[in-house]
Design a protein around this ligand. Structure first.
Ligand SMILES: [Zn+2]
Length: 395
């Protein structure tokens, strides 16, 4: 074989025996060992070709261990799950390292421009005017980090971004079985500018270019709107402020108005949210400005009023909900409304959890891939990669 370090020829040395963990128990096998005299390094080329991990797991066990590590509440739970469902006993740390290594591999492929599976041509669901609509979203969520020496470290932001094809509203659904929801997620402790090319590559892979309308949904955090404008810069890009996020400001305001009366607060919140949905942000803000607030207001109420004022005033152009709904567009991120919760939060924000940066970053990749549309996870494990066209990052 050719030595991968010095590219000279490395000769066959001997056969080495090894025991692997397989789905059917331990498997003993022998494979050839090659040794390079020049650099003094050896290799087992068979292991690489067969996809055997450095920890001696078969590819099937590696895939299951990664799945268990990613979906279990913790790596210890993942190890239990693996034993219960597949009869494979691995230590907690093996499940952890295996999951993290898979995440690192996913990241590496993405960075190199790989996409998983064949290009897909999503059939974009139609809006009221018969136009196909593609959705794109990006959100940031905090993760608690473990600093050196178990010191508390400042939490890093994980981004969750997605391109998706959600269900159209009921009145636009063709008769019969509801069409599938398709989504691709990306997540990691990236800088926002790094997410751009990764997301655009996914968008190209599912045929976003063929959708007549692009809708970008964010929750109003600074920088996200600009990110979408820069990366999905088309004249007909519609930016919408996630309705549920705006509504949560109103619910909080209602609680501040009725701190002692949960029922009254819920009713008031519902009424304001209904107004926002039916009349949009500008009308809602005007109504709130003219509201008969009590003469003596507790500090919490004054603060929340100021927050609502600022948030609404900053986002009015993206809160024209009656108009969006008439077009048949989604006003909340819908299925992906909880993308941050499901991709990152559920697993990375469990009680008392703290993460090393590399571990959190790797796990974000595994979770995003697992949550993506059917076939993505399988394509990665079956090593079906394609390379998309190069994308340029605008400055
Ligand atoms: Zn060599």
């Amino acid at each position: 074989m050719t030595c991968r370090h010095c590219e000279r020829s490395a000769g066959y040395h001997s056969d080495h025996g090894r025991t692997l963990q397989s789905l059917f128990g331990p498997i003993r096998y022998e494979r050839a060992y090659y040794y390079c005299r020049r650099c003094g390094r050896g290799a087992h080329p068979f292991d690489e070709q067969a996809g055997v991990t450095s920890r001696g797991l078969t590819p099937a066990v590696e895939q299951l261990a990664t799945l268990a590590g990613a979906v279990g509440d913790s790596f210890a739970k993942g190890a239990d799950l693996l034993q219960e469902m597949a009869g494979v006993r691995l230590s907690e740390s093996t499940v952890e390292r295996t999951t993290e290594e898979a995440g690192q591999r996913i990241e590496q492929h993405l960075r190199e421009g790989a996409l998983f599976g064949e290009p897909a041509a999503w059939d974009w669901h139609r809006d009221a005017q018969g136009r196909g609509v593609a959705y794109v979203t990006v959100d940031a969520t905090g993760t608690r980090q473990q600093g050196p020496g178990a010191a508390k470290a400042e939490g890093r932001m994980a981004y969750v971004a997605g391109v998706y094809n959600p269900q159209p509203p009921h009145w636009l659904r063709p008769p019969g079985k509801p069409p599938p929801v398709q989504a691709r997620y990306l997540s990691g402790l990236y800088g926002l500018s790094e997410v751009g090319p990764l997301l655009r590559r996914q968008a190209a892979h599912v045929g976003m270019e063929r959708a007549e309308v692009w809708v970008g949904l964010t929750d109003g955090q600074s920088g996200l709107e600009g990110f979408l404008r820069m990366n999905f810069n088309r004249a007909d890009l519609v930016l919408i402020l996630d309705f549920y996020h705006a509504a949560s400001y109103l619910e909080e305001l209602a609680r501040a108005l009725h701190p002692q009366d949960g029922e009254k607060a819920a009713q008031q919140g519902e009424q304001w949210c209904g107004l926002l949905k039916q009349e949009g942000g500008a009308t809602t803000l005007a109504v709130l400005r003219n509201w008969e607030w009590p003469p003596r207001q507790p500090e919490a109420l004054r603060q929340q009023r100021a927050r609502v004022e600022e948030y609404f005033a900053n986002n009015l152009s993206r809160m024209e909900y009656p108009e969006y709904q008439a077009e048949g567009w989604q006003i909340g991120s819908g299925v992906v409304e909880s993308a941050c919760k499901t991709v990152v939060g559920q697993r990375l924000k469990g009680a008392g959890m703290r993460w090393g940066e590399a571990g959190a970053h790797a796990l974000c990749h595994v979770r995003a891939l697992y949550r993506s549309e059917k076939g993505q996870w399988q394509a990665f494990w079956q090593r079906r990669f394609t390379h998309g066209p190069p994308v340029h990052q605008p400055k």
